[in-house]
Design a protein around this ligand. Structure first.
Ligand code: TLP
Length: 351
């Protein structure tokens, strides 16, 4: 039985072109700034996002942590959305390593309202920590790959600028957002001081992310990356796949979005609950409540028929489409689900 893995777009495997590029990559010691392939990847990333400089980092988590550490001083406060990846899934590095205080603001589908952000910025008062940074996430993972448009990004950017605070975007899936909006990524991030973006998710590279921003910011981030043990020497071997990812894998993300939509329609037929209008990119979040099954039960039953997904909470599951699943795979997932549905209806949902 073919295993169809929809747990995440992080499971994507490097393409033959990436393996070829890795095999023949020109490399050097990147801590000396002498790896030509890393340098090429960084130049390409900076250019695509319309910023001065970029830094190749080990992961999205490392990129976000460096941004927190460079934009802020220990003890400062950072505004983030309540369900943001930095707050929920980065092992508390924001406090444990960066020494910062998270101030969570709930968003609508992951997008904070300007008035809520403005109201969360601390006044200059001896009792308060200083608000130094606003973090955004686009697309937003836990909100089901929701997309913030240019107006929303600029509205939040204007609030940050008016209060003299910096703005960092967790753009792990930035290109999913730019493809969904049919807009150049640079336009979408124009109001951000820094952006982290992942090469190892939908773009298919095996490892790595880019942190992008101004010359001075990236210079400082390079030093903090070294402190955290992220100076990677002949990293051109992996950066080579990143170059292929940025050059050839962005536009195809729209296929993943189409597959997510097709999957979501099928999930509705299978009795899951979801709002189709909320399927904007490659993530589908569906409620298992109408099936009378918990999310964990559905994850286990699907694993039993060779379909891997993740539970989001007690009664919601997440499906992520990506490079290594095509339309036929989605049809196969749906037919396995239909067969399962028949059996769980026949045996009763309490089993
Ligand atoms: N997200 C992973 C898990 O950590 C949940 C996933 O499977 O979706 N920002 C966002 C918005 C992310 O979704 C992720 C990874 C990261 C940052 C971290 O990237 P890595 O895994 O490279 O540290």
């Amino acid at each position: 039985m073919k295993i169809i893995d929809l747990r995440s777009d992080t499971v994507t495997l490097p393409t033959p072109a990436m393996r070829e590029a890795m095999y023949s990559a020109e490399v050097g010691d990147d801590v000396y700034g002498e790896d030509p392939t890393v340098n090429r990847l960084e130049e390409l990333g900076a250019e695509l996002l319309g910023k001065e400089k970029a830094l190749f980092v080990t992961s999205g988590t490392q990129g976000n942590l460096l941004a927190l550490m460079v934009h802020c001083q220990r003890g400062d406060e950072v505004i983030l959305e309540t369900e943001s990846h930095i707050f929920l899934y980065e092992v508390g590095g924001i406090s444990a390593i960066a020494g910062l205080v998270p101030k969570c603001v709930p968003g609508k589908r992951g997008i904070m309202q300007p008035e809520d952000v403005a109201g969360s910025i601390r006044a200059d008062n001896i009792h308060f920590p200083k608000t130094s940074l606003l973090c955004l996430e686009n697309t937003h993972n836990r909100a089901g790959g929701s997309v913030a448009n240019v107006q929303q990004m600029e509205g939040l950017g204007a609030i940050a600028r008016a209060h003299g605070i910096s703005i960092h975007l967790d753009g792990a899936r930035l290109f999913n957002a730019s493809v969904a909006l049919s807009l150049p990524a640079a336009q979408l991030v124009a109001s951000c001081d820094s952006v982290s973006l992942c090469l190892s998710k939908g773009l298919g590279a095996p490892v790595g992310s880019l942190l992008v921003g101004g010359r001075d910011f990236i210079g400082k981030a390079r030093k903090v990356r070294k402190m955290l043990g992220g100076g990677m020497r002949q990293a051109g071997i992996i950066a080579a796949a990143g170059v292929v990812a940025l050059k050839t894998m962005v536009e195809r993300l729209r296929f993943d979005h189409g597959h997510a939509r097709y999957l979501a329609e099928g999930l509705l037929d299978c009795g899951f609950h979801l709002d189709l209008a909320q399927v904007e990119t490659n993530i589908v979040i569906a409620s298992t409540a109408p099936l009378g099954l918990s999310a964990t039960e559905v994850v286990m039953r699907l694993a039993g028929v060779g379909v891997n997904i993740n539970a989001l909470d007690n009664n919601r599951v997440r499906f992520v489409t990506h490079l290594n699943v095509d339309r036929a795979d989605i049809s196969e997932v749906l037919s396995r689900l239909h067969a399962l549905g028949r059996s769980w209806r026949a045996t009763g949902s309490s089993q």
